[in-house]
Design a protein around this ligand. Sequence first.
Ligand code: GLC
Length: 729
Amino acid sequence: MKNVPVYKNPKKSVEARVRDLLRRMTVEEKAAQLMQRTIGRDVNPENVGPDHPFDPTVGSILTFTAGAAARNAFQRIAVEETRLGIPIIWGYDVIHGWRTCFPVPLAQGCSFDPSLTEKSCRVAAEECWADGGVDWTFSPMVEVGHDPRWGRNVEGYGEDPFTNGRFAAAAVRGYQGRRPSDLKKPGRIAACLKHFVGYSACEGGRDYNYTDFSVRALREWYLPPFEAGVRAGARTVMSSFNCVNGVPAVANKEMLTDVLRGEWGFGGFVVSDWGAVSQLSLQAFSSDPAVQTLATLGAGNDMDMADDAFRNVPDLVRAGRLPVRVLDRAVARVLRVKFELGLFENPYVPELPREKTCRLPASLDLAAECARSCAVLLKNEGGVLPLDPKKVKRLALVGPYVDSPLAHLGCWRGMCSEEHAETPTLFDEAARFFPGAKIELERGVVAGANECVATAAYEKPDRAAIARAVRAARRADVVVVALGETGRSSGECRSRRDICLSPAQEALVDALAATGKPLVGLVLAGRPLAFPKTAEKLDAMLWLWQGGSRGAQAAWELVTGKANPSGRLAMTFPRAVGQIPVYYNAQPRCRTGYDEYQDLVGENGPWFPFGAGLSYTTFEYGKVRLECAMRNAQCAMKASVRVKNTGKRAGAETVIWYLSDLESTSTQPARRVVGFEKVFLEPGAAETVRLALKRKDLAAMQPDGTRRFEPGAFELSASLRASARFEVP
Ligand code: GLC
């Protein structure tokens, strides 16, 4: 390729192309690469428009539904009408699907099947790339969540660091492919691990609030899922709004450079969260835009999201305040990912008809499979479930969410439609699962004009509505009530001071229970809720979370026994909001036998623990067998347990391996997850599930945040159903 600049020659190495392009760029062109603008539906003042004409040298655009054709039109200007023709990288929040909506990530964590997350992220990548012109998603979010008052637990995979790490890696593989070279392929997009780091520790569960956690918590809980994502090859990271040890994450050199690059070797780029650079003024860090820019670029945050904060970069360079090497370091990271994505060779996406790229039958089938696998059966008194449709001639379908598409979609639903045709509801789907039955729909509450965020504010108890629901219940063979939250009640800036049902829903369940009819509760929610007293009035309770485009279908498949529930809670359910924080891998109390609360007598511990979940069949565990008790550092201890389906229905069982360190020089959690595996077993079938552990896997967390192996006694448990103690010298 004679006379072609090195940076335009795909035969040259990425590093050679980066170096060549850098040396050709002016300081203005470099600064532009570190800026992200928005386009399309939004209220952002930086939106491209009359006041902010499109700058084709900008590094990134947050698309807000610009779509493939619009993307290509803008991209063509950037590539064909600018001096260097550097393509724009187009980003968007594709969190759990683009037009095929998958279960919310917290629900996915309850599947304990990361392979489903990898597949769903692959579909999401292919759809958003082809239909939306998206090259880069701001996902996966891998926050370890301990506080259900915080609305964003829904975006992560639960409270366990190990589990979050497995799902983070699966999502990265889904979006990017399994090898670095996959990133150039059509339909592959760059992943973004967020929010780095510790955002979920916001005090009081109040979003955007101050965070204060020990170095031990940082190393034991918050960092491991990000490390797993980096090791899986994630090409971008988003720094978080909160601060770490008093230094805002967006300007935190220890995290962004020393840990992310120094310890883990991360080679991609870091983008700020929306407006986080300018928000430094609100965190009493600095109101001086120059200091904000110098601090964030100096710490290792490379790109500014959507608030034009880096417009002062050229002046800072000319004034000698911003070293060119710091600027070049950030620009090189952004260019590197653009080269890795193949944007210089393929800057445009195909403009295909939507029916050829989105909501394909196989994708919708996958959405149904995911929804089935995520649902958690938490109660089933007397085996009231599964229902036999042949015995249901009249079905009362009650509750505020029985005909709400949004209740299945949840937050960050991408371009997924709230139309019934695309997101059928429980009511839409019921008839095909109860052929010939008379199905009566009663909401039982008076809902507000729109599904606003605060369920309690949105739903009002209404005597007439309840009376209609009761009459329908009295006529029915079985009553199914859909409870929980609206599809807008969880997500960003959706913290709640309480996590109970709305008074309207409580009153409705009371009245339905008084009829004495079999009462099945289906819960749609984006967080753990706490309503143990009301739940006592339900005969069965199936936690559907927000299951996506095929959530309603999956619900009826589980309720009627066409599928067997197999989800296990990835996040602890408190008995009451006052019990928060309560999570499985806590360090034990120093005394036992005492009520935790004088107003919760005899009710210690959570409503439902991490790992809880029932099945329509039963599983028997054999002994935990250990093959090698780790005579030396290299020897991996091999553990195994045989699991048998002793019931009459096929079903999937998740073996969760917990390790307890029984003697250590610093206090350790009662147990921590060191492995999990989901196995499907026909009735009577058995399978041996295995685990290999090295000495380093047993290392105890120290107060300074390091792990150190300490000889002594340990216990390995399989799902708390079988365990074995062992000594390691
Ligand atoms: C938001 C969120 C972040 C999201 C970004 C872009 O403020 O904190 O998770 O990716 O803005 O929408």
